[in-house]
Design a protein around this ligand. Structure first.
Ligand code: GDP
Ligand code: ZN
Length: 461
């Protein structure tokens, strides 16, 4: 595949003083040579691959020195995109980095679209689709744990598992083909049935296991959707502020996702909390008043975690009881706040209403109980299991949907075997399972999906 040369500013992970202008494509090195002046007049086209060179970026029209730089030259195919790649490391500020990029663009490169470097890595067969998506997750990762999951996926952990499963299916399909083409070989048929049954069970179990990780995986990836509710004045804003202050607030800039509820991310012991509707708490205090009964019900329903705040220094009211009813059956932590004041709340009654929900007492004013609350949140979602770093997690909704569909297909195969469906009919569901799994790694995806996926990337990746 012959693609033009693209360029973009690519800032390394985790912020830093260095910004990189990255080029990728057939002419990357030629273009870099037009703007780079190495010490002793050294040309980049003559240097060995995977070497770094000191020099200056010069505007050839004005002879002006734009930047002092280190330039890495990496020749195809051993690069991220499998194309020639040049990285110009700039130490100056944003302005000079931009000027370097402009020069590179004048010299023949095209500005990369968001995600285009990763897209090329995919198109050139360097990484598969699930790995490409992992790059995107990595960029957005909100906690170290989320990052580890993304890195695992980027390293191809999920891909390997999916490929193994597909290989297993392929073997069975091959046997079935033989069976259909050469019906006279009875022993082949017998073997096919036995093998089919064994393999179908195995594949179903593996897919089920994988889906079981998806809840935690999704939380890590998207954040635990959390809503704080409670009567006015119980301490909701104080709780929110304490979260935001004590924990590193996570800045989010996911392009293209306009949400109608305001969100704030905080990192609570590795669990990313997506605090939903914080504006409601901050401004009008009353989520129902602000967004209406229907909407607030929807917000509540979609929440992964409810923090229900009560006032220790006040008696329980009808409204408190209604809140308990509204969140029935959900994951709830009951917070009894203002323990520094004289107790008026009836604890027996609270326990009765809370049923098996966890109860935590706090005094946000005196900064007490917050640690315990954080512990309760972490324990609720990651009972240590997430620490198992070598586990394969599914966190991407597209993958989860495909795995669920594949699971359904393989269950149909199993049904077919049980009721004695002709093998060439069973074959259809088997092939479908294979296809669906293939979509995860991009083996059978359509152009439209590819473009849609990669357009979500950040620029320069
Ligand atoms: P919200 O209406 O539920 O958001 O409650 P706020 O967080 O705005 O708090 C209402 C009032 O209670 C404020 O004056 C807070 O300073 C105060 N407050 C919050 N937490 C505590 C606490 O633990 N003890 C005491 N004594 N006051 C608190
Ligand atoms: Zn408030």
């Amino acid at each position: 595949m012959e693609l033009d040369t693209i360029a973009a500013i690519s800032t390394p992970m985790g912020e830093g003083a260095i910004a990189i202008v990255r080029l990728s494509g057939e002419d990357a090195i030629i273009i870099a040579d037009k703007v780079f002046k190495g010490v002793g007049g050294k040309k980049l086209k003559d240097v060995p691959s995977h070497t770094i060179h000191y020099g200056h970026i010069i505007d050839s029209k004005t002879e002006e020195v734009i930047e002092e730089v280190m330039v890495s030259v990496m020749r195809a195919p051993k690069t991220f995109t499998r194309e020639n790649v040049v990285e110009i490391n700039c130490h100056g500020g944003l302005v000079s980095v931009n000027r370097v990029l402009q020069l590179v663009l004048y010299s023949g490169a095209r500005l990369a679209e968001p995600g285009e470097f990763t897209k090329r890595a995919f198109l050139n067969g360097r990484i598969d689709l699930s790995q490409a998506e992992a790059v995107m997750d990595l960029i957005r990762a909100k906690t170290d744990r989320a990052m580890n999951v993304a890195i695992g996926q980027m390293e191809g952990r999920l891909s390997r598992l999916i490929k193994t499963l597909r290989q297993e299916i392929l073997e069975v399909v091959a046997h079935v083909e033989v069976n259909i083409d050469y019906p006279e070989y009875d022993d082949v048929e017998e073997m096919t049935h036995k093998m089919l049954k064994e393999k179908a069970y195995y594949i179903r179990d593996e897919l089920k296991k994988l889906l079981q990780t998806s809840h935690q995986g999704k939380i890590l990836r998207e954040g635990l959707s959390t809503v704080i509710i409670g009567r006015p004045n119980v301490g909701k804003s104080s709780l929110l502020n304490s979260f935001v202050q004590e924990n590193k607030a996570i800045v989010t800039d996911i392009p293209g996702t306009t949400r109608d509820v305001i969100e704030e991310y905080v990192n609570v012991r590795g669990v990313p909390l997506r605090l939903v509707d914080t504006a409601g708490i901050r401004e009008t205090e009353d989520i129902v008043e602000r967004i209406g009964v229907e909407r607030s019900r929807k917000v509540l329903k979609e929440a992964d975690l409810i923090l229900l705040v009560l006032n220790y220094a006040d008696e329980l009211t009808k409204e408190d009881e209604q809140l308990f009813e509204a969140v029935e059956g959900m994951d709830v932590i009951v917070i009894i706040n203002k323990t520094d004041l004289e107790q008026k709340i009836n604890m027996e009654k609270v326990k009765e209403l809370a049923k098996n929900h966890r109860i935590v007492t706090t005094s946000l004013l005196e900064d007490k109980g917050v640690g315990e609350l954080e512990e309760a949140i972490a324990a609720m979602y990651f009972q240590g299991s997430i620490e198992a770093q070598d586990m394969t997690y599914v966190s991407n909704s597209r993958h989860i949907a495909l795995i669920s569909q594949a699971l359904q297909a393989i269950e149909e195969v199993m049904n077919g075997i049980e009721v004695g469906t002709p093998i060439d009919i069973i074959q259809i569901d088997l092939t479908r399972t294979w296809d669906l799994l293939g979509e995860i790694i991009g083996d059978s995806v359509q152009d439209g999906l590819i473009n849609q996926l990669f357009s979500q990337f950040c620029l320069g990746k």
